[in-house]
Design a binder for this molecule. Structure first.
Ligand SMILES: [Mg+2]
Length: 121
């Protein structure tokens, strides 16, 4: 199966629990993705994106096991939410852990086959 995990408010709210869960899933051969949105009103350069990814990676490594870190960068929260939904559909995410109910609504709209678990902070 393919699992998606939001970062801020999800992994960051329960890092030890998610570290254990994600490590177990990776070891069992599942695909584990961190899908975290970012806001920017400026088009990001390749260097900006590299810096952003490095910063986010540093936030979750070394304890979190995952295959890929995906960060859609959009101008508004709604655009980020829609992008997360499209990513879940394109990557066939079976189960997404997410703290934000608005994001969950957009994920369900864009990717109806993705089940979502709302994580409480
Ligand atoms: Mg979040």
């Amino acid at each position: 199966m393919t699992y998606g995990f939001d970062l801020d408010g999800t992994i960051t709210s329960h890092p030890a629990a998610f570290a254990a869960l994600m490590e177990s899933l990776v070891k069992q051969g599942h695909v584990v993705l961190v899908i975290s949105g970012a806001l920017s009103h400026m088009p990001l350069t390749k260097e900006d994106k590299t810096d952003q990814m490095r910063m986010l990676s540093a936030k979750i490594e070394p304890m979190i096991h995952y295959h890929d870190l995906i960060v859609p960068t959009e101008k508004t929260v709604e655009e980020v939410a829609k992008a997360k939904g499209r990513i879940c559909r394109e990557l066939a995410v079976d189960l997404m852990f997410e703290d934000d109910l608005d994001y969950i609504r957009w994920i369900k709209r864009y990717s109806p086959l993705t089940a979502c678990v709302q994580v409480r902070a």
